[in-house]
Design a protein around this ligand. Structure first.
Ligand code: NAD
Length: 428
């Protein structure tokens, strides 16, 4: 990560301010949307396996629910901060809006590192998080989901705690549940596939064939793995991926110019998306410094790890060959890097559009949970493709018509819908 990191919330606010200016929003609407409506910060005491008690810090931020109940993941991360959660909750509002699903924006987190926690300790954190918020979340209030370093198992523990407190089954409380326990087929691959549905549409617009393109990916977790899978199915070639090495406390880029072998890499990857570098060398991968994923001579860059990764410091190292940046991660590009990307006319697919597949499928999961009838995988992915493609086309059409940057176009559409909902409800 860059040493000169942006505060993600300041970054989210500055992006919003541009949209507010363009849309000429009145002062009250700006004030309302620039800040979260509600925030919860609390301590979660956990009895550790060694008998000691450790206090973990937990957060939930509900940015805006004018268009429907809040929706957003819970991230377990040692560097989690309230400002990261605020930014992510705001981006969730725009994300649900841009794909036109009837949900608002929320986000949650716990400052912890699951690498160093047993499953029992993680279960205690999950249950403690729900006990703190049991009156402030719910199928019609605010619906959590997995995010970085949280999984279907974490969601099920949370649901179980909520149902124990409230007595009765409420599978619509949370999404990302295991399939067979109220989860939706297709949810695991939804975000990564959604990224590639949007890449496919850009390739069409640019008159390029996927099989003639190459890509470099930052991250090798849920989003990255499924984006790689579908992009390769379309015929594209991934020449490198990067990930965090827990042991060395740094990131590495794994490069193979002939193309990475997804299945072989998955066999040497831990459940946090960390690749074993010695085994990767044995498989013929060059193991390079983590930052080098961004400097590769490829057509497409897919940041799919964390926020703040394409910055003023490295944006000029992006190869002249790069035509598309598809933001799988939330907030991977800082506003000063954005300016350079816009000037270079690189086709940017902004985060809250590119990675909206996850929340769209979460919405499908809620619908299925509510009607207690579950769709086949192809039906889920077919509906996802339709939603992602039409959201992409609306944004791209506006960008083309008004000759504006894709991020701005996505913001204008998303913010306008939320501002209208606030107005229609009589809030402003
Ligand atoms: P994950 O925990 O499954 O994977 C994260 C990956 O990033 C891992 O491979 C990790 O090693 C790597 N990583 C971490 N720090 C890194 C660094 N400094 N350099 C290089 N690699 C690094 O997480 P995920 O679910 O794939 O989420 C990735 C991003 O996508 C996050 O920004 C998340 O908020 C966003 N996102 C995820 C979803 C989803 O459905 N999973 C939906 C929307 C957005």
């Amino acid at each position: 990560m860059s040493s000169k990191s942006f505060n993600p919330f300041a970054m989210a606010q500055s992006q919003f301010d541009r949209a507010a200016e363009f849309l000429n929003l009145d002062t009250a609407t700006r004030e309302l949307l620039r800040n979260p409506m509600r925030e919860y910060q609390f301590s979660i005491p956990v009895r550790m396996d060694d008998g000691t008690v450790k206090i973990f810090r937990g957060f939930r931020v509900q940015h805006n629910d004018a268009r429907g109940p809040g929706k957003g993941g819970i991230r377990f991360h040692p560097q989690e901060t309230i400002d990261t959660v605020r930014a992510l909750s705001m981006w969730m509002t725009w994300k649900c809006s841009v794909v036109e699903i009837p949900l608002g924006g929320s986000k949650g987190g716990v400052v912890c590192d699951p690498h160093n926690l047993s499953m029992r300790e993680q279960e205690s954190i999950c249950r403690g998080w729900v006990r703190q918020l049991s009156r402030d979340i719910g199928p019609l209030i605010d619906v959590p989901a997995p995010d970085v370093m949280t999984s279907a198992q974490h969601m099920l523990w949370m649901l179980d705690e909520f149902e124990t407190i409230h007595r009765g089954h409420q599978p619509g409380l949370i999404t990302g549940k295991p399939v067979g326990m109220g989860g939706s087929l297709g949810r695991t691959e939804a975000t990564g596939y959604g990224v590639v549905y949007t890449i496919r549409e850009v390739l069409k617009e640019l008159g390029l064939k996927a099989e003639n393109t190459t890509a470099s990916v930052q991250g090798f977790g849920n989003v990255a793995q499924y984006a790689i899978q579908l992009y390769k199915q379309l015929g594209g070639n991934i020449i490198c991926v990067s990930c965090w090495d827990q042991h060395d406390q740094t990131s590495y880029t794994f490069k193979k110019s002939s193309g990475v072998d997804l299945d072989a890499l998955l066999k040497i990857t831990d459940r946090f998306g960390g690749i074993d570098k010695n085994k990767a060398r044995d498989l013929g991968y060059e193991v390079l410094p983590g930052d080098l994923w961004v400097e590769q001579d490829v057509d497409i860059l897919i940041p799919a790890a964390l926020e703040n990764q394409i910055t003023a410091e490295n944006v000029n190292k992006i190869s002249q060959r790069v035509k598309i940046i598809a933001e799988g991660a939330n907030g991977p590009t800082t506003p000063d890097a954005d300016k350079v990307i816009a000037e270079r006319k690189i086709f940017l697919i902004p985060d809250f559009l590119a990675n909206a597949g996850g929340v769209t499928c979460s919405y499908f999961e809620q619908v299925q949970s509510n009607i207690n009838y579950y769709w086949e995988r192809d039906e889920v992915l077919g509906k996802l493709d339709v939603k992602m493609t039409s959201a992409f086309q609306a944004v791209s059409e506006l960008a083309r018509k008004r000759n504006i940057f894709m991020r701005d176009a996505a913001y204008f559409i998303a913010v306008n819908r939320v501002a209208q909902a606030c107005k229609d409800r009589g809030w402003v």
